[in-house]
Design a protein around this ligand. Structure first.
Ligand SMILES: Cc1ncc(COP(=O)(O)O)c(C=O)c1O
Length: 428
């Protein structure tokens, strides 16, 4: 036996890692990128990201980041974030969202992801139950990483894919965490005031029912897209609607989406001091701080109120022009008799569209039998890359898809809709 043979072992992983599903979205993105690399003309509408050439970060933020590096701010940042950034965040959420959080109720990390991971770790024990709607973004991964049970509830187009108190009621007594997101990824839709009030009342009623030594139901409220509402849509937050729920609510936020700064990596959570301070410790052990120069730059930038407002007005206009162009295009195709539809865009850079094409047959090919085949047909014939809602946990037969405009120029939209029409025309 050679030495190499003697030492060869099966590389066993933890059960958690072994059972961690790979993301269908990443698999899809890989297929799309391969097509692009092979020179195919693909409209990549899959990513929850921005093309920096179309959506650059604010120039003033870039300048502040460079000067922070030049000033040598390259050692460890303090646990929970630079005090001046926490102060700036506290002012920013008050000014833009009317939310009152002191600096001890704010913690900063490298983007929003570590916060969500950290909240699960801070609040939940193995075997606890996380209640969340589907389609939704990544809750099944975070609950898996925290060894929790998952209670998923499928939402419907009738409610714009936003969960209601009636949907949640049968499950609330067994829940330890209710994970909500508004504006929601993937649907680009928001809770109405009434919908969210009813959910808050349900949570408060449940927490009043529980004994003093029982863990309450916590609410993780992911509002990373809240600044990006369109038209007359208003973002709502549990704490503003029902102040009593502040004790149980952790808000997730950051600059990734509002300022097209997904690669800059600044996220923050606001919530009760006890939870926020422990969350800061959990994050410290992960080393998932936001880079110090970016923190310093963000602190200075958020206080430049006029520049921030000017940037956000422009950002929102660019996104909503694109969403409306796609929305109108889908509605026009529907009027022409094609089996497609769209939900009026409310927020973020996502449009919910329907391709109800199962049962139809492309020329010279066999019948489309499921949404996966519909997706492949649209990609190959219209060059349109979308994410099916089943990629976000909806059922496999859901005919709804997410269309992201973060990498789209206005010119591309007409070309894309024209190609889609040709593809739809060949179905019988
Ligand atoms: C709903 C939602 N929350 C959080 C995040 C993570 O944001 P970040 O890039 O700041 O980690 C995303 C990213 O796509 C998201 O869609």
């Amino acid at each position: 036996m050679t030495t190499a043979e003697m030492t060869k072992k099966e590389l066993k992983l933890s059960k958690m890692a072994d059972n961690l599903e790979s993301s269908p979205i990443l698999v899809l993105s890989k297929a799309v990128n391969e097509k692009i690399a092979a020179g195919e003309n693909v409209f990549n509408l899959t990513v929850g990201d921005f093309n920096p050439k179309i959506f650059p970060i604010p120039t003033a933020l870039t300048e502040e980041i460079i000067s922070a590096y030049n000033a040598g701010l390259t050692n460890y940042p303090p646990t929970g974030g630079l005090p001046e950034l926490k102060q700036a965040i506290s002012r920013y959420v008050k000014r833009k969202g009317n939310m009152e959080y002191s600096t001890s109720e704010v913690t900063v990390t490298g983007g929003a992801r570590p916060l969500i991971y950290g909240v699960y770790q801070t609040l939940l024990d193995p075997g606890d139950t996380v209640l969340f709607p589907v389609p939704s973004w990544n809750n099944h991964y975070y609950s898996h990483l925290a060894h929790c049970k998952q209670q998923m509830i499928e939402t419907t187009a009738e409610n714009n894919f936003m969960i209601t108190a009636d949907d949640l009621r049968p499950h609330i007594q067994s829940a330890n965490l209710l994970a909500l997101c508004s504006p929601q990824n993937p649907s680009g839709t928001c809770f109405t005031k009434e919908q969210l009030e009813d959910i808050c009342d349900l949570v408060l009623e449940e927490n009043n029912r529980r004994g003093p030594n029982e863990k309450p139901v916590y609410v993780l409220y992911d509002q990373i897209y809240w600044i990006l509402t369109h038209g007359d849509v208003e973002h709502v937050n549990p704490v503003l609607l029902r102040p009593e729920i502040k004790d149980y609510t952790i808000n997730i936020d950051g600059i990734s989406k509002a300022f097209a700064a997904t690669g800059v990596r600044i996220g923050w959570a606001t919530g009760p001091e006890k939870i926020i301070s422990k969350l800061g410790v959990v994050i410290t052990h992960m080393g998932a701080w936001a880079p110090k120069p970016e923190q310093s730059a963000c602190a200075k930038y958020l206080d430049r109120e006029d520049e921030v407002d000017e940037y956000l007005t422009e950002m929102k206009k660019k996104i909503s022009d694109r969403l409306n162009a796609f929305y109108n295009g889908f509605k026009a195709l529907r009027q022409e008799g094609f089996k497609v539809d769209a939900i009026s865009p409310q927020a973020a850079m996502y449009l919910t569209i329907q391709l109800d094409l199962v049962g139809l047959t492309p020329q010279g090919s066999s019948k489309l039998t499921n949404p996966k085949e519909v997706n492949e047909f649209i990609l190959s014939k219209a060059g349109m890359a979308l994410v099916p809602f089943y990629g976000f946990g909806a059922s496999d037969d859901s005919s709804w898809f997410r269309l992201s405009v973060g990498t789209t120029s206005m010119k591309m939209i007409d070309q894309c809709l024209a190609k889609l029409k040709v593809a739809l025309d060949e179905l019988s």
